[in-house]
Ligand binder design. Structure first.
Ligand SMILES: *Cc1c(COP(=O)(O)O)cnc(C)c1O
Length: 395
């Protein structure tokens, strides 16, 4: 915790599901001098990161970079695609899906919000059959788009985007597909082109291991085509100007130069390890984390074994235990920060992040802090989760 004149010994253990810990290599890359954003060196940097992002999103088509948090890129996707009053189908997977829905309503769209998998409690991913049935019933073809969250950061539940695309196709419906992979990108397998996504929204401070401050829209040719007729007001977010400038390696307004140095380094680190290895590392850490939760005798927020997030794990507290009090104690006593329960999960659970720059030992350190905090809160633990996670990780 940053307190002037007070030095906390050791490193703060940042175990929230974003912002994620930033590797020293990236911090050093960002400390290069700020350059002329209209000069020739800048164009080389921009071209390199724009190409690198296409490889990370797995797309041949343009990716737009905004100097904004993920929320800005959410707005960009909506205002570039739609006209006032148009109908958008969204799915209530959790708090972030709810916030995106709220934004779409504020912007004047007609949003229909499906309960996830027909069940309460934000414990399941998207039921693609439900989307297919709704689209089939839309015989007038009023629904302009389906907008969903890939990795629901409020719960630790991942949804199958390929299945959502297949549902839209099976219904023979022309709806566009918008996906928030703000916390999924560069942690979980993601394929913008192959999965037929029209706009993928992402951000810097989760799997890409950067500080907050830049965010992205990956586009499909259909999305670019649809944007030509969209009448919601936009200027800062407009794709057309951005794409025209990007074609020459520049931006219509001042880009976040030093974060782009960081992005260049992040792409090099991710590709150095290999995307497949990065995904496998996250899956393995998530498995070890679940193994600890199970040993403690607690439940994960995700109730579908096939939908566990590789990015974070939501841990449900037993009746009568205030998850926020546990979290605050762990922060104060062990200099470790965990994610809070959000929206209707507030106080009932906390979230352990295992994303970005993390390895076996960083996860174990977090689990040690959690195990001590749970014991301090009087939560009766069935066994040591740390010992269980070590047993899984040592082989
Ligand atoms: C973090 C996050 C957001 C919000 O992004 P900000 O950068 O905080 O604006 C939206 N959706 C998901 C799934 C997220 O994880």
């Amino acid at each position: 915790m940053l307190q002037l004149n007070v030095h906390a010994a050791g490193r703060h253990q940042l175990a929230i599901p974003g912002p994620s810990p930033v590797p020293d290599r990236i911090l050093r890359a960002m400390s290069l001098p700020t350059i002329d954003h209209r000069g020739p060196e800048f164009a080389a940097l921009a071209r390199s990161v724009l190409a690198g992002l296409r490889r990370i999103f797995r797309t041949e088509h343009p990716v737009v970079i905004y100097p904004a948090s993920g929320t800005g890129a959410w707005e960009a996707a909506l205002v570039n695609l739609f006209s006032p009053g148009e109908h958008v189908l969204m799915v209530e997977t959790g708090h972030f899906a709810t916030l995106w829905r709220n934004m779409a309503q504020r912007l004047g769209l007609a949003v229909e919000f499906l309960a996830s998998d027909g069940r309460d409690g934000w414990r399941f991913g998207i039921d693609a059959a439900q989307i297919e049935a709704r689209l089939r019933a839309d015989t007038e073809r009023q629904i302009r788009a389906v907008a969903v969250v890939h990795n629901e950061t409020s719960t630790g539940v991942t949804s199958d985007i390929r299945a959502v695309r297949a549902a839209i196709d099976a219904a023979g419906h022309p709806a566009l597909l918008l996906v928030d992979s703000i916390s999924g990108l560069a942690c979980a397998d993601y394929r913008h082109d192959e999965w037929g996504v029209d706009v993928t929204v992402s951000g810097s401070q989760k799997g890409l291991m950067l500080p907050p401050g830049i965010s992205f829209n990956a586009l499909s040719p259909r999305a670019i085509e649809a944007s030509r007729a969209a009448r919601l007001p936009k200027s800062f977010w407009a794709w057309d100007e951005m794409l025209a400038f990007n074609a020459n390696g520049y931006f219509p307004y001042t880009p976040n130069t030093n974060l782009l140095y960081g992005l260049h380094e992040a792409i090099a680190m991710i590709e150095g390890e290999g995307l497949t290895a990065v995904f496998a590392r996250h899956q393995r850490l998530a498995r070890a984390c679940r193994c600890a939760v199970e040993a403690w005798g607690l439940e994960t927020q995700c109730a579908d074994p096939a939908a566990h997030s590789p990015v974070l794990t939501g841990v449900v507290m037993p009746e009568g235990i205030d998850a926020d009090a546990v979290r605050r104690d762990i922060h104060q006593r062990f200099d470790t920060s965990l994610g809070a329960g959000l929206g209707k999960l507030k106080g009932g659970m906390f979230r352990i992040g295992h994303l970005g720059d993390c390895n076996d030992v960083t996860l174990l350190a977090t689990l040690c802090a959690v195990e001590m905090g749970l014991a301090r809160a009087g939560v009766g633990l069935a066994a040591s989760g740390v010992v269980a996670a070590m047993a899984l990780l040592r082989d």
